[in-house]
Design a protein around this ligand. Structure first.
Ligand code: GLU
Length: 454
C-alpha cells in the first residue's frame, strides 16, 4: 500500500515543533533545551530534504516511544519504609534496542530523563553501532547510603523494571550514581526474577560475569580521544597542555587519566562541594582512592597533599587552562565560565558529561573559534563500549583490554570524521555541534522512513 503524502498543510519548521513540545510538556526545561539545540541545527537539512517534514519525522522523534514511571519502595537500615520514583524513557528504537544509562540522583525527574534519552538517540547513532536511545533512573540519593540500602533499592527498582527489559528490547547501563556495584545488584535481581542468565540485558557489568574491558574507562578515555582528534585537525596535540576537569566521578577520573597519559597536566578537579587545584598536576591515584575507595569528598585531597589548594564552592572554571573537560553534570559551565575560560586562552572544550555547557556558553565558545566537542560526540565512547560489551555477550566472547581500547579509539576517530563531514555538507565547516546533530539525525530519520509510520 502506498501511503499518500499530501503536501504538509502547514510546514513543520523546527520552531513549530519546538513550540509544540513546550506546550505539551511544560516544565521540562532540560528536555526543551536539548531539543532546541538539535532542532536549530536541522533547518538546512529540512530545507534540502522536505520528505522529513512530510513524514513528520521531527514530531515523531521528539515524542518518546514509551515512558515508564513507577514506584520504588524500599526499607532503610533503620527499618523505615522509603518511597522513590523510578523512570525509564524508551525514546527511539529505530537503530536497535533502547540503550542508555540509569541515573540515581535526587534531581532526577521526567524532564531530566527525557533530555538524557533524547541526547542518547543521536549519540548512539553517531557510534555507528546498532543501538537505539533510552534513559532511566530514580530520584534516589545514594549519598551516605550503606551497601545494604543500595542493594535493597536496586532490587526494588529492578523488580518493576525487569518486565520492560531484554537484550533485544532495552539495555540499561550506568550514569551518575550508578556504577559497577549498582549494575551488579540490578543484574542479580534480573537474573533471579527471570531465571535467565541474560548477559546482554545490562552493560557495565563486572569482568567476571560478562563485562567488557575498557567499559569503566571508556567515557573518559573516549572524550580525550575526541579532544586529541579535534586538536590534531588543527595541527596540535595534548602534550604539555594545562587541563581542567570538572567532576571526580567515573567520567572525570578516566578523562583525567588519559589526558595525563597523553602528556597533559591535569591541574584541577571538582565535586559538588568545591574544587582542588594542584599546579604540579593532580595525583590521580589519590583522587581515585578518595572518590572510589573511601567514597569521600575532594577536599580530602588538599588535606593529604599539602601543596594543593581547596576552594569551597566557587567554579572550577576559574582555573586557567588550555583544555577544559566538563565531566560533572548538565549546565555546569555557563556564560560567565565560558568568558573566564576564553580570557585564560582555552583552545578546546569537550563535554564528558551530558549537556554540561549552557546554550549561551556554547555560542560564546564556538564564536571565539574554540574547538568545541558536544557530548553527543565527545562522550559517546561510553555507550559505544557498552555496544561492544553487548557484541561480546552475544558471541559469548571476551576481548583483551588492548583490542577493546583500539576499537574505542577507532570509533571516536570515526565519530570525529562523521561530524566534520556532515558539518561541511550543511554549510558549517568545522562546527562539531551542527555535525553531530545532523549526522545523528539523518541516520535515525532515514531508518524511521524505512520502517514506515510507526
Ligand atoms: N550513561 C552513559 C551515557 O550517557 C552510558 C550509557 C550506556 O552505556 O548505555 O552515554
Amino acid at each position: 500500500m502506498t501511503v499518500q503524502h499530501a503536501p504538509a498543510p502547514e510546514l513543520c519548521l523546527t520552531t513549530d515543533v519546538y513550540a509544540a513540545i513546550q506546550t505539551r510538556d511544560p516544565g521540562q526545561s532540560e528536555f526543551h533545551q536539548a531539543a532546541h539545540e538539535v532542532l536549530e541545527s536541522l533547518e538546512p537539512v529540512l530545507a534540502r530534504h522536505p520528505h522529513y517534514t512530510h513524514h513528520r519525522i521531527l514530531e515523531r522523534l521528539c515524542e518518546p516511544e514509551r515512558q515508564l514511571v513507577f514506584r520504588v519502595p524500599w526499607v532503610d537500615d533503620a527499618g523505615h519504609v522509603r518511597v522513590n520514583r523510578g523512570f525509564r524513557v524508551e525514546f527511539n528504537s529505530a537503530l536497535g534496542p533502547y540503550k542508555g544509562g540509569l541515573r540515581f540522583h535526587p534531581s532526577v525527574n521526567l524532564g531530566i530523563v527525557k533530555f538524557l534519552g533524547f541526547e542518547q538517540i543521536f549519540k548512539n547513532a553517531l557510534t555507528g553501532l546498532p543501538i537505539g536511545g533510552g534513559k532511566g533512573g530514580a530520584d534516589f540519593d545514594p549519598k551516605g547510603r550503606s551497601d545494604g540500602e543500595i542493594m535493597r533499592f536496586c532490587q526494588s527498582f529492578m523488580t518493576e523494571l525487569h518486565r520492560h527489559l531484554g537484550e533485544h528490547t532495552d539495555v540499561p547501563a550506568g550514569d551518575i550514581g550508578v556504577g559497577g556495584r549498582e549494575i551488579g545488584y540490578l543484574f542479580g535481581q534480573y537474573k533471579r526474577i527471570t531465571n535467565r542468565y541474560e548477559s546482554g540485558v545490562l552493560t557495565g557489568k563486572g569482568l567476571n560475569w560478562g563485562g567488557s574491558h575498557v567499559r569503566t574507562e571508556a567515557t573518559g578515555y573516549g572524550t580525550v580521544y575526541f579532544v586529541s582528534e579535534m586538536l590534531a585537525e588543527r595541527g596540535q596535540d595534548l602534550d604539555g597542555r594545562q587541563v581542567v576537569v570538572s567532576g571526580s566521578g567515573n567520567v572525570a577520573l578516566y578523562a583525567a587519566r588519559k589526558a595525563h597519559e597523553l602528556g597533559a597536566k591535569v591541574v584541577a578537579m571538582s565535586d559538588s562541594d568545591g574544587y582542588v587545584v594542584d599546579e604540579h598536576g593532580l595525583d590521580l591515584d589519590l583522587i581515585k582512592d578518595i572518590k572510589e575507595v573511601r567514597r569521600g569528598r575532594i577536599k580530602e585531597y588538599a588535606q593529604t597533599m599539602t601543596r594543593a589548594r581547596y576552594v569551597e564552592g566557587g567554579s572550577v572554571w576559574d582555573v586557567p587552562c588550555s583544555v577544559a573537560l566538563p565531566c560533572a553534570t548538565q549546565n555546569e559551565l555557563d556564560e560567565n565560565a565560558a568568558r573566564t575560560l576564553l580570557a585564560g586562552g582555552v583552545a578546546a572544550v569537550a563535554e564528558g558529561a551530558n549537556m554540561p555547557t549552557t546554550p549561551r556558553a556554547v555560542r560564546l565558545l564556538r564564536e571565539a573559534g574554540v574547538a568545541f566537542g558536544p557530548g553527543k560526540a565527545a562522550n559517546a565512547g561510553g555507550v559505544a563500549t557498552s555496544a561492544l560489551e553487548m557484541r561480546q555477550n552475544a558471541g559469548r566472547d571476551a576481548w583483551s583490554f588492548e583490542v577493546t581500547d583500539q576499537r574505542l579509539a577507532a570509533i571516536m576517530a570515526g565519530i570525529h570524521t562523521t561530524c566534520l563531514t556532515a558539518a561541511e555538507a550543511y554549510g558549517a565547516p568545522g562546527d562539531y555541534v551542527v555535525g553531530a546533530n545532523v549526522a545523528g539525525f539523518v541516520k535515525v530519520a532515514d531508518t524511521m522512513l524505512d520502517h514506515g509510520v510507526i
